[in-house]
Ligand binder design. Sequence first.
Ligand code: ADP
Ligand code: MG
Length: 680
Amino acid sequence: QIDFIQALQMPGSSEKKVPEISDVQKKKLTIEETKKSLPIYPFKDDLIAAVKEYQVLIIKGETGSGKTTQIPQYLHEAGFTADGKKIGCTQPRRVAAMSVAARVAQEMDVKLGNEVGYAIRFEDCTSERTVIKYMTDGTLHREFLSEPDLQSYSVMIIDEAHERTLHTDILFGLVKDIARFRPDLKLLISSATLDVTKFSEFFDDAPVYQIPGRRFPVDIYYTKAPEADYVDACVVSILQIHVTQPLGDILVFLTGQDEIETCHELLQDRVRRLGSKVKELIILPLYANLPSDMQAKIFEPTPPGARKVILATNIAETSLTIDNIIYVIDPGFAKQNHFNSRTGMESLMVVPISKASANQRAGRAGRVAAGKCFRLYTAWSYKHELEECTVPEIQRINLGNAVLMLKALGINDLVHFDFLDPPPHETLVLALEQLYALGALNHHGELTKLGRRMAELPVDPMMAKMVLASEKYKCSEEIVTIGAMLSVNGAIFYRPKDKIIHADTARKNFYHMAGDHLSLLNVYNQWRDSDYSLQWCYENFIQHRSMKRARDVREQLVNLMQRVEIEMVSGIDETDNIRKAITSGYFYHIARFSKGGSYKTVKHNQSVTIHPNSALFETLPRWVLYHELVFTTKEFMRQVIEIESKWLLEVAPHYYKAKELEDSTNKKMPKTVGRSKMTD
Ligand code: ADP
Ligand code: MG
């Protein structure tokens, strides 16, 4: 730890004076005062005038200046909702959509879901009265299916445009097109302070409205040598700041919920050991699956004499602004989806951030006073190793979903679609091939009846196919549960550090020999049989809130099944049909046992390994299907089931040929599953 002090070149508290607590924090401002204190406020009338004058406007402004929360309110007050039309505002992140909507409802003194609401996948918190609607970019994308001209909107704000998510990128093309034949529709493209000329050029040289931000200087410190364990380095840095630096809150950027929880536990442990010698340190996590009551805590003012430390994912980079951050700790990583169009494999991995991201993160420290940013990497690394900008999602992820949606919107010629940055040709071709193999497109590339139904479901094409195939295999009840459980991307199993053995034993009690999807089904069904009991979750080390979410998602899926006219039936007491339905959707994700516990994917011969948390980690069946790949030290398959290779010929005859499914050895593996009873 001593080494680290030097490595960080932590300035002594005497070196520079940082104001103790900002004025804003000292007196509790009323909502009205807070609104007036935002950098955007002086530009209110001017901005409204600009919106009236131009159909498309690019808005560029420092994070936290009030773009997301204020602009819709200004436009509402200025009469843009008078004719019964809504103001829409998209967000790349679910949490941001929910949190911002809650804030705006509070500012307008209305109940969330009435005049101000939000819509995210599987959750619609709006009503007929809603005039300001926040939603994820994916949700708006989906709304085009039922309302191709966005007739119910007078203004559409594509917010956080700089994030360049796949959905946002596609929305650019869609809204640009709509704007041509709906001259009454106003379009606002809003971005953090990055280069926006590209947006302007794309929208036929639309004017750029710049909101001058207030930014205090931020001193940046680097480590002298790379950090081997950045979570640990974060903990050390937090404590050092806490002990040596004047009051002011700390924002730490981590890559995901797991990491945040680890850091949280470590930090709590060490703070406890320091005892009453130090000031109070309030530790708050912030990630996508955080329940909203916990999210709200982030925005509560820090009590006098205490310090808040927020352990956040990328969400806090530009989507959410937390006031009074003086110190930022940036390990320099983020989690990203990566798609390899050569192997067709998509994998979630932790990657170094870009310079643009690093600068946004540092900027979070300078909103209310001069701040400090501690980068847990070297200055050399920043200069020579980080890319300038993050590669837009459209150029690095699987496009299956996007292509299906565009096809469902009747956009057939994807090569000539108006993309801000076109996706790589091979990725587009691969997506078309995948949809063809799934049966969503015919050989002319046109949407089939199955494809149309798949597009109705707000899940990726593979899951949509799995869900729809459950009709044929007469197990829709089970498949919908499995789909819901897989969609809850928060953890299902709870693994507290001091009870790891108990937790692991509890988890193993749910294990199903056929694989993890069926273990998840066990968890859900037993929870249902406990009458959705909290106590039951507690006793079995299951995260109750993840389960509640799974229940909500399940309900939504059941409703959607009715819409596409699929009867809900419960499968038989053996699992073959369930696994066949899963295979109908995920036949791309097949691996064959190779040697020494390792597997090879069938089509591309890539090495993959069963995740240690899988029920199949020890049994190592010959053929497995995985739900997703996660790259850490190697490619791990997460959520795995055993399948029989002949099923592949049954569910995907145009994709698999009998020859490539021949086993290289004739040795029969002992048959362990297939007839095993569900424990339910
Ligand atoms: P921008 O979109 O320009 O980044 P925002 O409109 O998101 O800015 O934020 C403006 C102000 O509103 C910030 O000071 C932020 O802290 C505050 N704010 C946003 N959401 C909430 C919330 N849920 N609770 C309290 N304050 C919030
Ligand atoms: Mg914003």
